[in-house]
Design a binder for this molecule. Sequence first.
Ligand code: NDP
Length: 246
Amino acid sequence: MTRVALVTGGMGGLGEAVCVKLAALGYQVVTTYSPGNSKAQEWLAAMRKSGYEFHAYPCDVSDYESAMACVAQVEKEVGAIDVLVNNAGITRDMTFKKMDKTNWDAVIGTNLDSVFNMTKPVCDGMTERGWGRIINISSVNGQKGAFGQTNYSAAKAGMHGFTKALALEVARKGVTVNTISPGYIGTKMVMAIPQEVLDSKIIPQIPMARLGKPEEVAGLVAYLASDEAAFVTGANIAINGGQHMH
Ligand code: NDP
């Protein structure tokens, strides 16, 4: 039986690598994109050209109604969701002194409320069927804090609190819940950082002296989604080139 994987923000740098990896492993992959994303059809066409047939649905993950409607449509048109990868996320970096409520709310809404919004409509189905995987993409900056990221660090740390609590609740039902905390990965989110800052401030903090690759994170997602990972739950797995160990 083909398993269905829903990857939020699957058209982004990390999400695309996750979609491609899961599709290559035989999952039926569904991705979401922001309702305002005008390049979604272009992305789907480019993926089709490379041999990947993805389903894609508009969804504002920060909005509960939008998430509920999206999951209902996916379950009707594609099938029950076996694997949920909460990957969509944004940054709005500024020091706390400059942080206004709008930028606080945007980051908490997209990175943390989204986890509730997307997990809520899929979790009961997973426990009823006795199998499921929920994988939350957090960040090293949720583990160690980061200058200019009170909003993002709070949201990403919150994700792992959610992971641990839900993992306890569904452990006996065949559903695992885990967090992945990537360090700096070479996607457009990180490439938006000026090269000079990357070279002088970020790369020197990474013992492996390089950015991570999206495919490396995708490989970890694939493992956590697999049957082999059935005994891993409530974990926060770091993938950061040695930048932060705990
Ligand atoms: P991208 O900016 O490339 O992708 C982010 C994705 O999130 C986009 O596909 C975007 O969709 C989607 N998204 C944003 N807002 C919403 C919303 N309201 N509703 C639905 N989708 C939304 O980032 P990355 O691929 O780099 O990051 C993916 C995840 O990994 C994020 O959670 C990020 O915090 C985390 N991460 C990334 C690291 C890195 O180094 N790159 C390091 C650690 C963690 P659309 O384009 O359609 O708006």
